[in-house]
Design a protein around this ligand. Structure first.
Ligand code: IFM
Length: 426
């Protein structure tokens, strides 16, 4: 008889050394980024003032037992005018990263997360081929000073979302519907990633892993027999989930995956279109995004490759924190399932550590594990942050949490005394 694997019914255990953290981006949390292109469009104003409050926020993450953190630097702060770099701002980021390292956090640093300096935007932004060179010059100037405190590099955040919101939906600066803009920007971002990948590996042979954070969606057809719907699934999957990786093949040491969306296609006549989920009974976030944990398993198994995968973002906008509790348990259960199925997932970053500026949607969507009062800049730990801490402390999902799937999570019951102390800020 083959030896029976002992089944642990108590906890869905994750691999040793799994990274548990949360993510943010500079423009969304820092405040007063006056030289960024978004300032002329929809300003984040003071945002969460993390520029000044980063110690507090990082300490909270540490108290919550996170062992990793993902953040970005703001190009427009560091190079407010072409070729003029501000040493004080570089020093600011050095201090921030040093502080994170002093808390023994594994640091994922994103070099570009959606915003551009005004001067780059005026010259055409990513549509302009010269932006590849401008970005490379910025990276070459700043990276040598930061490298010591960074463990993983993320060159670009969600190229596909940027192109979709800017050139298809016309919601973000450059505010322009343009097919040519889509093509040029895709190619320029791909070239920029490849060049930075080469530069980082040549200059820092110690080899910190480099990747991108890509938005990946789970696609499904409504009618399994419909060839048209299946074709829509395949084409969209190729374009949204695989194209950018394909264009940058061989220049990823890991796959960074941001997962938020599940899309179903149905057919009306000959044209497949998306099912309107809001007319159905699906559970949705405050942004109307479907809560579909199985999709995370699907994208993970679909993209699984030889290189490690980090879930660089996954989160929910909700003022109903109990929904966030169930979200965390259900989505992480799918990550566990993917790992059991052989997918090499090594870390998970909840989006976001704190509530923040959700681009054209402003401050209403609440993604944070930590609530922000934008008038007083007070931080308040949400119970869901503690459910996440419970998971981190077990390096997996304890059975006591699994029973809450589909039910209200009684946070009081889950939390031990010392978690309550964290809530009170002790
Ligand atoms: O807030 C964004 C972030 O900037 C990129 N990924 C998705 C998040 C939620 O929309």
């Amino acid at each position: 008889m083959p030896p029976q694997e002992k089944h642990d019914h108590d906890t869905l255990k994750f691999p040793p050394d799994f990274l548990w953290g949360a993510a943010t981006s500079a423009y969304q949390v820092e405040g007063n980024n006056l030289n960024a292109d978004w300032e002329d469009f929809k300003s984040a104003g003071k945002a969460c003032d993390e520029y000044h409050l980063y110690e507090k926020d990082f300490c909270l993450a540490k108290q919550l037992n996170h062992n990793a953190h993902r953040l970005s630097i703001e190009w427009s702060r560091i190079e407010p005018e072409q070729g003029k770099f501000d040493p004080e701002e570089i020093e600011h980021y050095v201090k921030m990263l040093k502080y994170l390292k002093s808390l023994k956090m594994t640091v994922f640093l994103t070099l570009w997360h959606f915003t551009l300096p005004k001067w780059v935007a005026k010259l055409g932004g990513w549509e302009n081929r010269a932006t590849i060179k401008y970005f490379e010059e910025f990276v070459k100037r700043v990276v040598p000073e930061l490298a010591e405190y960074v463990d993983f590099w993320i060159t670009l955040n969600e190229p596909g979302v940027y192109i979709y919101e800017t050139y298809i939906r016309k919601e973000w600066p450059q505010l322009k519907k343009s097919f040519l803009g889509q093509i040029k920007t895709t190619l320029n971002l791909a070239s920029a990633h490849k060049r930075i990948y080469k530069f980082l590996h040549q200059s820092f042979p110690a080899g910190k892993p480099i990747g991108i954070a890509n938005n990946v969606l789970s696609f499904e057809s409504y009618h399994k027999h419909s060839i048209l719907e299946q074709a829509a699934v395949s084409l969209n999957d190729l374009a949204a989930n695989h194209l950018f990786y394909f264009l940058t093949k061989g220049t990823h040491d890991f796959l960074g995956i941001n997962y938020y969306f599940h899309v179903r296609f149905t057919t009306h006549g000959l044209v497949p279109k998306q099912v309107n989920l809001l007319q159905q009974t699906h559970d949705v976030s405050d942004l109307g995004w479907e809560i579909y944990p199985e999709g995370l398993f699907e994208v993970l198994t679909d993209l699984s490759d030889d290189i490690p995968i980090y879930i660089t973002e996954c989160g929910i906008a909700s003022t109903n924190d109990d929904r966030r509790n169930r979200f965390l348990i259900a989505y992480l259960q799918e990550v566990f399932r993917a790992i059991r199925a052989g997918v090499n997932v090594r870390g998970f970053f909840y989006w976001s550590l704190i509530d923040n500026f959700e681009w054209h949607r402003g401050f209403d969507p609440r993604f944070g594990l930590i609530e922000v009062d934008y008038t007083t800049q007070e931080r308040k730990i949400r119970p869901s942050a503690l459910v996440y801490t419970d998971i981190i402390q077990h390096n997996g999902i304890p059975h006591s949490l699994l029973r809450f799937l589909g039910h209200t999570v009684d946070a009081e019951e889950v939390l031990e005394k010392r978690y309550k102390e964290i809530i009170k800020g002790k």
